[in-house]
Design a binder for this molecule. Structure first.
Ligand SMILES: [Zn+2]
Length: 401
């Protein structure tokens, strides 16, 4: 049984039920097809889902059952929609909430469902996302965390997803004192996983990236100088990522973390299989992680996979006792209060990954820059006409159009 309305990805489809009685319209980022987003006035848009699952803002209105929030409160939203009451919510596994996602496709593909997720996919309930001037948050008392005055929006926002996802990846894979940790992907999640691995006692952190994303290696190193870098597109002749890591660490790293969202195919075999629809994801990064770690090493997967892979190296996994851990969608509610406290104490500075600030109206151009992994854009804070001016220590507004 679900207990919240599903597939409200575009409120304009049912204006009688969802539109503002005053007739006021709002701007939002909508998905129009692969690599195509538009900023539209939603009430005039006939097709297109509202994107965005990481957002914060001020409470504009509350439902009658909400006791812990007041109009005007500054809050950050969890990217997942949890009910707070079901078996998984009670276990602290809020990302697997049983009551907020009724997608039968996901249930038959995965044998179970995740929680509903804002602005993500109809597989996760089809909820309208937060790259918009207004957003409706079901179970607001569970899924909104008030931000204290000493935590700016720019610091609080990332409790929605990136901070919790990264912390969960490191904690769930079991990074311990003295471990050598290798991280695939130097984007915001990889960068934060590097920071959090060191906070969990890792003795060395090696980060792997390449191609269009290679500049992010130096960006991460500029923020976390202890990090060692491997550029996979610039390896010496005859060297692979696995052989390189084995040269750097006897036997290979203890732990591998997949933060690259294994969506890209490096080899032609996988490229054509994906093109022909023979696999939905590629096993290349997983195999690289499995063959790189020490025997009995651990591999955590937080990068997004949605289906099946071919050529999976089950032999190495079994023979060498490698533990492959799907970290799952991160249970935000399990971590966000503690992480907020660490942000307040200055132990975690989310701004170290934030490079830009842009306007909602410029999102088409911003997506374009971001998809090309253009030099220098690690993480962007997007403001709407309701946002406060930038805080002193965060990037100032850039224009993109
Ligand atoms: Zn629940």
């Amino acid at each position: 049984m679900t207990s919240t309305a599903q597939d409200v990805s575009n409120p304009a489809r049912d204006p009688d039920q969802y539109s503002d009685p005053s007739g006021e319209t709002m701007k939002a980022v909508v998905w129009m097809g692969k690599n195509d987003v538009k900023v539209g006035v939603v009430s005039e848009t006939e097709k297109g889902d509202i994107l965005g699952h990481e957002f914060c803002g001020k409470v504009e209105a509350v439902g009658s059952a909400i006791k812990n929030l007041n109009i005007g409160d500054r809050v950050v939203a969890s990217f997942q929609i949890a009910c707070g009451q079901c078996m998984y919510c009670k276990k602290g596994h809020s990302s697997q909430c049983e009551r907020t996602n009724e997608s039968s496709t996901m249930a038959s593909m995965f044998g179970g469902r995740t929680a509903g997720i804002f602005g993500y996919s109809h597989l996760t309930g089809g909820f309208a996302g937060g790259q918009a001037e207004y957003v409706r948050v079901p179970f607001g008392e569970v899924n909104l965390l008030p931000l204290p005055d000493d935590v700016s929006d720019e610091k609080g926002l990332y409790l929605s997803d990136v901070l919790c996802t990264s912390w969960h990846c490191v904690a769930d894979t079991g990074v311990n004192k003295g471990d050598v940790v290798a991280i695939w992907g130097a984007g915001p999640i990889g960068q934060m996983c590097a920071r959090f691995s060191l906070m969990h006692g890792a003795s060395r952190v090696i980060i792997i990236d390449g191609g269009n994303g290679a500049w992010r290696l130096q960006f991460t190193k500029s923020k976390i100088p202890q990090v060692e870098c491997v550029n996979f597109s610039d390896l010496p002749k005859g060297e692979s990522v696995t052989s390189m890591l084995n040269k750097m660490v006897h036997g290979g790293p203890d732990v591998a973390l997949e933060c690259a969202a294994g969506e890209y195919a490096k080899s032609w075999a996988h490229y054509f299989q994906q093109l022909l629809g023979m696999e939905t994801d590629t096993s290349e990064l997983l195999n690289e992680m499995i063959t790189s770690v020490k025997s009995f090493g651990r591999c955590g997967v937080t990068g997004v996979y949605v289906g099946y892979v071919n050529h999976f190296n089950i032999g190495s996994l079994m023979q060498r006792g490698v533990r492959l851990i799907g970290n799952g969608q991160a249970p935000v509610h399990k971590y966000w209060k503690d992480l907020l406290a660490q942000v307040r104490e200055g132990k975690i500075n989310p701004l170290e990954m934030v490079t830009h600030r842009g306007k909602l109206e410029d999102m088409e151009a911003i997506y374009d820059v971001f998809n090309k992994r253009e030099e220098g854009m690690q993480k962007i804070f997007v403001q709407t006409r309701f946002s406060d001016p930038p805080s002193a220590d965060s990037p100032q507004l850039s224009t993109f159009s």
